[in-house]
Write a protein of this length. Structure first.
Length: 763
């Protein structure tokens, strides 16, 4: 224990010394530029915009001081969490192309740069930078990445960094370069390609420049430079890639300094269990190992790229096959964490970890704990079990609701396979203890999934397979609500289980669109808040709880693969929550009507066909605004031909009653079909008048009893002036009153022989 305390003390001293370090040289000198091509906030090379407040009190713990590095004025940020920067007035950078910053740090692994509008409403958007710890980092952020910000009126910066870190900042300015930027694309590897550590990854790219020449292409892993190639064909070989999830980009620079960054290509490198560790977490956050000597077990937690910079880890142990997990703090040793405890040999152990995520929050592996048998060393083992997924293929595509048959091969050269677990993301979805190892994953909703298989042998040693990516596309067989006039996209809006679900479906002009934002106004007036949509296959989806009956207005902003972005702000789409804007509904409704009889209000409706129909809801309201459930009626799935339904309201309100018919699919989608209005009066139960309000030059009366007799009818306005008077014949249970001329809009009295007067409205 003293050894561990000493190591922790040494690590703390090392971290303290790092936090006290400062750059030995000044930030690089910016190039000479024309005054109209730059707007500088802080740089000795240009004229700075006056009046900028670099340390407004926003409640932050960060301290900002002015210092000098090698004779150059520099901003120093200590105890960094976040820091605002207030401009003296709004800065118009809409004509600029880039934002430049020079950063030096030894412990700030992630640095968010926000641009902020404050009027008419506060809107902010960030770009995340990943500084290296080796000298000055020069970042040129393309302003096109701030696609929700009004660049004509930028009023603030906000910086958010690794909590408690120290950072030096210089040369903060916006600039533009005349000319057209180069074009660059990564041609290999393909997106979501998988490798096994230690991996050799050959990266190739194409680059061109329409008004000049390509000077160089730089290849990046996340924000770290891998290498540079200045001669076409542009390529770099990344050797000995370790386990982790990586975002690869190529950055082309032309002869006048314009820079373009390619779209991201994601690759997954799975760790080999022969590299000194027992296994790798299903989400590739960490590796772990366990060693045992004389009844004492040492566990090691080794953070990988997704959580590199993690500052704490807790270990949870269960000794035996059942019982509770006890938690313990692990000691930091370098970038790893260890925990040592006595455990009797041959004791089965289950272990999981809770750990900090540097970008914010924490995660744990409690859903997928690791198995270990005390007394064994699972570091760098030979003859460990192996497993690989044979189906589906990587990047296989399905359509919701999908059925995915997962198959795996598993072997153990010096023992037997106990079981194979099938994992989606970090969630265990099934297990199989019998060869051939399979799991049939059914009713899989639309989404992007990462599948892995985990084999466990008779010694409780486990191995994780190479990751397989699958895409379950959104089911668009029901069609769309509409297509934008320029042919860029189709869209669909539905109401599912209390949520509004918005689908954005790119068409040929923008197929391959990398992002889409939806702007949603709830109600007839007000602002349009924007939300990032989730990419699923080539489509995008956004879900939000919105009350049924709410009128909404929607438009989209989306990327154009050939360059830039477009918006449908000028032609927003309208949708009332709960209604259906699809042409083909699951239920074909022929009628919905209500009549009054001596028992109350009888509601009837009929359908011609029903597909995927679960049930109907009849809801009741006094004001057509707030509805309460009156009855739930089971539907008839896959019924063709006419089907009749009815519900009796034995206790109608005296006066106006509103009844709403709603249909619910088996997958939770909701469609409001119709609303009928019934005027119930205890003295007049037995007839109904429609339409009321009157829209045409006739009035119809429905009686509860069938007769063939004359009725004296009088129609008067509210002053007593007679509009119509005569004798009309009741045919069956109906009586039609034709009007020579539709009366003017207003309130009228209808007197029917044998009934009290009715008030009717003419629209």
């Amino acid at each position: 224990m003293q050894k561990h305390l000493l190591l922790a003390f040494i690590f703390s001293i090392s971290f303290f010394l790092q936090s006290q370090a400062q750059p030995a040289v000044a930030a690089p000198n910016p190039p000479t530029r024309n005054a109209v091509d730059v707007k500088s906030l802080f740089s000795g090379a240009y004229t700075n915009i006056p009046g900028t407040d670099w340390f407004p009190n926003w409640g932050q713990t960060t301290v900002v001081t002015d210092t000098t590095i090698a004779g150059n004025a520099t901003k120093k940020y200590t105890n960094l969490n976040y820091q605002g920067v207030q401009f003296s007035s709004a800065v118009n950078v809409s004509a600029m192309g880039y934002l430049h910053l020079d950063i030096w740090t030894t412990n700030c692994a992630s640095f968010d740069v926000y641009l902020i509008n404050t009027t008419p409403a506060t809107v902010e958007q960030k770009v995340t930078l990943a500084p290296t710890f080796a000298g000055w980092n020069s970042f040129n952020i393309a302003l096109s990445q701030y696609n929700t910000i009004a660049l004509a009126s930028v009023e603030q910066f906000k910086f958010v960094g690794t909590n408690g870190s120290t950072l030096y900042l210089d040369n903060v300015y916006f600039y533009k370069i005349a000319g057209k930027p180069p074009v660059v694309h990564i041609t290999a590897p393909v997106n979501n390609a998988t490798y096994v550590s230690p991996a050799t990854i050959n990266i190739t790219a194409t680059a061109s420049d329409s008004d000049g020449t390509v000077k160089k292409v730089a290849f990046y892993k996340d924000a770290s430079l891998l290498g540079v190639d200045s001669i076409a064909p542009y390529a770099f070989t990344w050797n000995n890639a370790t386990g982790g999830n990586y975002a690869l980009t190529a950055r082309a620079t032309d002869n006048v300094g314009l820079i373009t960054t390619s779209s991201i290509v994601n690759v997954v490198v799975t760790g080999s269990n022969g590299d000194g560790y027992c296994g790798t977490a299903t989400n590739l956050d960490y590796k772990y190992k366990a060693t045992s000597t004389a009844g004492v077990v040492t566990f090691t937690f080794h953070p990988l790229t997704p959580i590199l910079g993690c500052t704490y880890s807790l270990i949870y142990l269960r000794l035996g096959l059942t019982g509770v997990y006890s938690g313990y703090a692990m000691s930091a040793v370098g970038t790893d964490f260890i925990y040592t405890t006595p455990i009797a040999d041959s004791t089965p152990v289950s272990v999981y970890f809770t750990y900090m995520v540097p970008s914010g929050g924490e995660r744990n592996s409690s859903a997928n704990p690791h198995d270990y048998k005390a007394g064994a060393n699972c570091t760098g083992l030979t003859g460990i079990p192996t497993v690989n997924i044979t189906a589906p293929l990587n990047n296989a595509v399905y359509t919701e609701p999908a059925t995915i048959l997962i198959k795996a091969n598993a072997t153990d050269n010096n023992g037997t396979v106990s079981r194979v677990d099938f994992i989606s993301g970090s969630t265990l979805i099934g297990s199989d203890a019998t060869n051939p190892y399979t799991y049939n994953w059914t009713n899989v909703p639309a989404g992007n999934y990462t599948l892995a298989a985990k084999v466990t042998d008779n010694d409780s040693i486990s191995t994780l397979s190479t990751v397989v990516k699958v895409i379950v596309n959104i089911n668009n067989s029901m069609g769309f609500c509409g297509t934008i006039a320029n042919g860029d996209y189709s869209y669909r809006v539905e109401y599912v289980n209390g949520n509004i679900v918005i689908i954005f479906h790119p068409l040929s002009p923008i197929f391959g669109s990398a992002y889409a934002f939806v702007y949603l106004r709830e109600g007839l007036t007000g602002q349009y808040p924007g939300y990032a949509m989730t990419a699923i296959g080539s489509d995008f989806r956004y879900t939000k709880p919105v009350a049924i009956g709410t009128p909404t207005s929607i438009y989209f902003t989306y990327s154009v693969p050939s360059g830039g972005e477009r918006t449908s702000l000028a032609t927003p789409h309208s949708y009332t929550v709960g209604t259906s804007c699809l042409s083909g509904l699951p239920v074909t409704l022929t009628e919905f009507a209500g009549t009054i009889n001596n028992k109350g209000v009888l509601l009837k409706w009929s359908t011609l066909s029903e597909i995927n129909n679960d049930y109907f809801l009849i809801e009741k309201s006094r004001d057509a605004l707030t509805y309460k459930l009156l009855s739930k009626v089971k539907g008839n799935d896959h019924v063709s031909g006419k089907r009749d339904y009815s519900v009796m309201d034995n206790f109608p309100f005296k006066g106006e009653n509103y009844y709403r018919l709603t249909q619910v699919d088996k997958d939770g989608k909701i469609t409001i079909f119709s609303v009928v209005k019934i005027n119930s009066n205890s003295d007049n139960v037995g007839l109904s008048i429609y339409p009321n309000p009157v829209k045409n030059a006739e009035i119809n009366i429905i009686f509860n009893e069938i007769n063939a007799q004359n009725k004296n009818i009088t129609l008067m306005d509210m002053s007593g002036r007679i509009i119509l008077k005569g004798v009309f014949m009741q045919q069956g249970n109906q009586l039609r009153i034709p009007l020579n001329v539709k009366p003017e809009s207003g309130l009228y009295i209808l007197q029917i022989e044998g009934f009290l007067p009715f008030k009717i409205v003419v629209n």
